[in-house]
Design a protein around this ligand. Structure first.
Ligand SMILES: NC(=O)c1ccc[n+]([C@@H]2O[C@H](COP(=O)([O-])OP(=O)(O)OC[C@H]3O[C@@H](n4cnc5c(N)ncnc54)[C@H](OP(=O)(O)O)[C@@H]3O)[C@@H](O)[C@H]2O)c1
Length: 275
């Protein structure tokens, strides 16, 4: 982390799940809690954050912008523009603003944020346990200081990846954020099938999770690609081969691709709705 980061005042507009995970990552990463600020619509979450991390809590969003160099917009997409409308003029080019809201595109944020330096970032839910994939997009491609600020803020939550435009941002969000939900869907199929074969729900859960974790860790650690790893567990005319052949005949890949495309269509629809 750039040592300068420890002197920056970082504000969270919205103190829900994602703000909580980020604050934990920042405090663990050495950002002094006196330099972290947060607001929230209701008080309960702020009281807990103050107790737990000793950060500063503020009563209103104007004060947050006045007090901070970096502001993270961490409210739900449907609440974002309503929250920005009354305070947009308080932003200027000295402020860095990072929105983590899905579905609110850069051009819309630019309209509300009055020349602030802007980034969109998209953490997925494994970020809550430090194993996320966090994609980000900058409104100024050449702003290296903004890039390193985003890297510093999000690297405690997992692996960061910079994308070059809204299309890539969408692909990353669907494959990694919605993708987490798609993987859970498959885990449910696994678990149901195992339970139907006489195992208890706890055993089925453990067998499913360990299969997904084991396969993922093996893929992460192996020098070979996933295709080669798959070939290693598949002998010709064997049991795995029979299952894989069926998966291909049933066109599971096509079904998944259609689901990815449907998610992309919904993202575009949301972007049209939130303007
Ligand atoms: N959770 C994830 O895994 C995840 C992943 C990627 C991106 N995101 C994005 O992150 C954002 C936050 O998600 P989340 O899961 O952390 O949501 P969340 O737990 O609902 O937190 C949002 C918080 O914003 C507060 N809020 C609403 N309007 C406000 C306003 N005008 N001023 C100040 N605070 C306000 C809410 O207050 P109340 O307590 O009063 O409702 C709530 O605590 C969303 O845009 C979401 O798309 C989340």
């Amino acid at each position: 982390m750039n040592p300068l980061m420890k002197t920056q005042k970082i504000g969270f507009l919205g103190a829900g799940n994602m703000a909580n995970a980020m604050i934990r990552g920042l405090v663990d990463g050495g950002i002094p809690s006196k330099n972290i600020f947060a607001t929230n619509r209701s008080d309960g979450k702020l009281i807990k954050l103050k107790e737990h991390y000793k950060i500063n809590t503020l009563q209103n969003n104007e004060e947050l912008i006045d007090s901070c160099d970096i502001i993270i917009l961490a409210v739900k997409p449907q609440d974002l523009l309503g929250a920005l409308e009354p305070i947009g003029r308080a932003f200027d080019e000295t402020k860095i603003v990072i929105s983590i809201a899905a579905g609110v595109q850069m051009e819309v944020l630019e309209k509300y944020l009055n020349n602030a330096r802007l980034a969109r970032a998209m953490p997925n839910t494994p970020a809550l346990i430090g194993r996320g994939v966090i994609g980000y997009l900058l409104n100024d491609y050449d702003d290296q200081a903004l890039e390193s600020t985003v890297e510093d803020l999000f690297s405690a939550l997992g692996r960061t990846i910079r994308v070059s435009d809204e299309d890539q941002f969408e692909s990353l969000m669907i494959s990694c954020s919605s993708g987490t939900g798609f993987v859970f869907e498959m885990m449910m199929y696994w678990q149901d099938w195992i339970e139907e074969h006489g195992f208890s729900p706890e055993e089925a859960r453990m067998m499913t999770i360990e299969t997904f974790v084991g396969a993922s860790l093996l893929a992460a650690q192996a020098k070979e690609g996933v295709e080669e790893l798959q070939a290693r567990v598949t002998s010709k005319k064997g049991i795995t081969a029979a299952g894989l052949q069926s998966m291909r005949e049933l066109e599971i890949e096509r079904a998944l691709r259609i689901s990815f495309e449907k998610a992309a269509m919904r993202n575009k629809e949301m972007a049209r709705e939130i303007k």
